[in-house]
Design a protein around this ligand. Structure first.
Ligand code: SF4
Length: 224
């Protein structure tokens, strides 16, 4: 039996990056050790026992408002559960937390076998165990608080760089531009927390360097 620590499962539109606007089923995995100061999913960071509900507690997965409670759920049950959430949506976003803190490969094989396309959103700080599989898309979002493993830069389909200030851009742009060949990986700059100055800076840099702009569109329309 294979299990995962999961905070929540919900259906929404992917708000960011290459797949912005795509209907998707989100699985938010519990646990992250990167600790970005501006993290907007801090409730999914801790694996403290006090936050852990009983195993396979689907009421935790179906929560309507964000909370730190999580459950350990059997991979097969999770697969059946999320496929039952919608008859048509077959784009799965594995997010966190940091998905690669856990061994997600067995679960991914289950959902891939059921015809699901899987997008994994990762900080790249752990080995990417599912690289090169068909119907898998890796979104790498590097963080200054803990840098990606060097090997992971080359495994990404898109690199989405959060920019809060000029220093973030100065820090990450040289590496990103080295990788940018105009096709793959897609390099996108994403202003943190819809900050106006950061947004203006990202627009300027995208035009200057021929990069993509990623906005957190779900936040502009007040949607999860
Ligand atoms: S890597 Fe992501 S989940 Fe982890 S602290 Fe940073 S923003 Fe939050």
């Amino acid at each position: 039996m294979h299990s995962l620590f999961v905070n929540e499962v919900f259906v929404s539109l992917q708000g960011e990056g290459h797949f912005a606007g795509t209907p998707a089923i989100f699985v938010r995995l519990q646990g992250c050790d990167v600790h970005c100061p501006w993290c907007d999913t801090g409730y999914a960071m801790s694996r403290a026992d006090t936050l852990r509900s009983g195993d396979n507690d689907f009421s935790v997965l179906a929560k309507k408002t964000a909370s730190a409670s999580f459950t350990c759920v059997d991979a097969k049950l999770l697969c059946d559960y999320l496929l039952g959430l919608h008859t048509k949506i077959r784009h799965l976003v594995l997010t966190g937390g940091e998905p690669f803190l856990q061994d997600i490969a067995p679960f991914m094989r289950l959902v891939l076998d059921r015809g699901v396309y899987v997008q994994v959103e990762t900080s790249g700080t752990r080995p990417i165990s599912v690289y090169g599989e068909p119907n898998v898309w890796i979104t790498l979002s590097p963080k200054r608080a803990k840098l990606p493993l060097e090997e992971n830069w080359l495994k990404a389909d898109e690199i989405k760089i959060p920019i809060a200030c000029r220093e973030d851009a100065d820090f990450f742009l040289p590496r990103a531009l080295e990788l940018a060949d105009g096709k793959r990986p897609i390099i996108a700059l994403q202003p943190v927390s819809q900050d106006r100055d950061a947004t203006r800076l990202c627009v300027e840099l995208c035009l200057q360097h021929n990069l993509h702009l990623s906005l957190q569109t779900h936040k502009y329309i007040d949607f999860r």
